[in-house]
Design a protein around this ligand. Structure first.
Ligand code: FAD
Length: 262
């Protein structure tokens, strides 16, 4: 699978300086902190107006760990990322898009997009089972051939009665109907792409409930790649998560019980 981070949190420091100046506030920032981490700290500090003499000596990491420990997680929602996930299976995205809160999706349509040249994502669990890989390969090829046949036959039939003068909308709906019928034979392994915009709170929830499901390798692989990216961007927001090898070359995302704020 391929992961592209296409948008990440940034801070307009001139605006922040203006705000602090207008309110005679001084914010002692933690050196080397990142924008996604500082955005959350700033939002938290605004709640209590803990600037200047009211600012505790906590580092950015300790500040965020304290927010999380106290359940003040809504502050984490200010830091938002947008990813493109490509080379993932429809089985995976069906589970992914069940996440409803703090996350938005835009996925490749099988009604607008012709899947005649679809690719398929082999389940990592089949690695090392050559005879099962063969069974899998011939099964997806069989499905793809069925897709092509259904689409082709319906296309010739449906478009024989449609003149080029017919409205584009009618043609679009005919194509949609054809692809709706044809796609019904495509397997869960069909490759897809999805844009996901997600905030730090929702992403932490995702890591917690999805990152360590032993029997779901594709989910773990995606979770570990996501964690890899956001750990670089926001070490304080995600510092209690880490990925390790399961021993078979696939990763698993774990959460430390205690948030190490050192
Ligand atoms: C191991 C595992 C097995 C699963 N098996 C199945 C299965 O067999 N069948 C199936 O259909 N799904 C299954 N799921 C999917 C699961 O039920 C959720 O739909 C999915 O994981 C999204 O989780 P979520 O609701 O916590 O996340 P989100 O939808 O992002 O919600 C985040 C949080 O917001 C709160 N929240 C969201 N909506 C509401 C609401 N309406 N009311 C109150 N609080 C709300 C909850 O605290 C929730 O945890 C499984 C998930 C896992 C991890």
């Amino acid at each position: 699978m391929q992961l592209y981070v296409i948008s990440r949190p940034t801070i307009d420091w001139q605006a922040v300086e203006r705000f602090l100046h207008d309110h005679a506030a001084e914010w002692r920032r933690t050196p080397e902190s990142t924008a996604p981490d500082e955005l959350v700290e700033l939002a938290g500090r605004l709640c209590y107006f803990s600037f200047g003499t009211h600012q505790s000596p906590r580092s950015n990491r300790a500040y965020i760990a304290n927010l999380i420990m106290r359940g003040h997680d809504s502050v984490l929602e200010h830091s938002v990322w947008t990813f493109i996930l490509s080379g993932v299976s429809r089985a995976f995205t069906h589970q992914l898009v069940r996440h409803r809160v703090g996350v938005s999706f835009s996925q490749l349509s099988q009604q607008y997009y012709d899947e005649a040249n679809a690719e398929f994502v082999p389940p990592p669990e089949l690695r090392g089972h050559p005879s099962l890989e063969d069974v899998w390969q011939s099964s997806v090829e069989h499905s793809l051939n069925a897709y092509r046949l259904i689409a082709q036959e319906l296309h010739s039939e449906s478009f024989s009665g449609i003149s080029s003068k017919d409205a584009t909308e009618k043609q679009t709906e005919v194509k949609r109907a054809i692809r709706s019928a044809a796609r019904s034979v495509l397997p869960n392994a069909t490759e897809t792409k999805v844009v996901m915009t997600i905030n730090a709170r929702a992403l932490r929830h995702f890591f917690k409930i999805r990152g360590s499901i032993v029997g779901d390798a594709e989910m773990r692989i995606v979770a570990a790649k996501l964690l890899d990216s956001v750990l670089l961007d926001a070490p304080s927001l995600f510092g209690d998560f880490y990925a390790e090898d399961m021993g078979d070359g696939s990763p698993i995302v774990r959460q430390r019980e205690a948030y190490d704020v050192a």
